[in-house]
Design a protein around this ligand. Sequence first.
Ligand code: PLP
Length: 465
Amino acid sequence: MIGQKQIHPSAVGDAIAPAYYSVGSQQECSVTLSHYGDMFLSKVVRSLIKPARGLLASSEPNLKRSYAAVAEAKAVLEHELDTIRAAGTWKAERIITSKQGPLINVEGSRDSIMNFCANNYLGLSSHPEVVQAGIDALKTHGAGLSSVRFICGTQDLHKNLEQKLAEFHEREDCILYASCFDANAGLFEVLLGPDDAVLSDELNHASIIDGIRLCRAKRLRYKHMDLKDLEEKLREAQSSRMRLVVTDGVFSMDGDVAPLRGICDLAEQYGAMVFIDECHATGFLGPRGRGTDELLGVMDRVQIVNSTLGKALGGAAGGYTVGPKPLIDLLRQRSRPYLFSNALPPPVVGCATRAVELLLASNEIAQSMTAKTMRFRNKMTQAGFTISGSSHPICPVMLGDARLASLMADDMLKHGIYVTGFSYPVVPKGKARIRVQISAAHTDSDIDRCLDAFIQTGRKHGVIS
Ligand code: PLP
């Protein structure tokens, strides 16, 4: 009870539902649910817990009201949790007790399991040189900075990594963030104002969607990888001061590569800049692993790149923007996740720096990952499975049915192979799949073991004959 007004838990669900269902894309739906759900819940909880702040001065009735408020908040939260369970979208977390790698130990299992669902594309997460660089940085530069960058949180290590990343991407300058989520959250608001327009692929990553929400530019969402629709939206945006086309370089659910050449052609024709999120490309796509822009020969036609240190580049944490120097300078002055969040810890910077150095020196690791990816894709296709995409290490084994994807993933684990099933609302209805991710650290025999497990479980469930 709050005063005399009772909040019924079901009313909370109803309040969230319209916001959830009113948006278009599958991906945005899931994001919007948690975004609005979280905002709404935290508002409710804050209003309920407010009386507790005055406890010292409060009388006994006030104390009772305060306890009742907390109990009510718990009921609201429990209801929300039950809704997630009932929808079958509960995300359980498996507890790993070893380093990240192709073989991991998990709590509750005596045997190691073979991991095919990390973004550890190049196997650098536990590469000895990367780990050693982290240890060295910890020793020389300490555990952390206890400060944001502009107060007293910038070390030579940060400047060195920024310079190496700019060199790697062949862009003028670079700025580090605590994550790529932050890099995406901090970019658009700084770059674009109400007189500008942003044109965004409907299946862009959640962090791009959230970042765009924070900016005041005109927002135009084009159909997934649809150049015709993008052109229409670009025409619509001609009266704006600046236009920015925004796309994932690689979309993580399908491993599909954005049609960057066509996007750049249109951007040039209609006077727009191009931004790409390269989280699933940096380090391994393209002849030297520079990313989607290198793969498609448009490095000099894409102006801004955001990417992560938390996947192929050692897997620790961190994100960054590379692009024109004036933009990076302005981000250092204005970008909120940069200004108001702690500097990246030295061991994390040390690990990422070594990872980038390894890639600047040679593309051998990336090539070995590509060969393993093709081994898996070809053999799975020969066995009768449908694998979405063409050459990316994200290999979605398409199954269609959500229950089948979940049952098969469980059965794969019985064979010692860890893969994850994805279904609605993470992917569109009827497009459930098991997403397999290949790493350079997998051996050919690891790949073949995974394949054998798929053949056995696929036969058991009637997916292949
Ligand atoms: N962008 C894309 C396409 C991603 O897949 C991810 C991570 O899942 C992010 C951004 C966020 O990266 P980070 O983990 O560095 O915050």
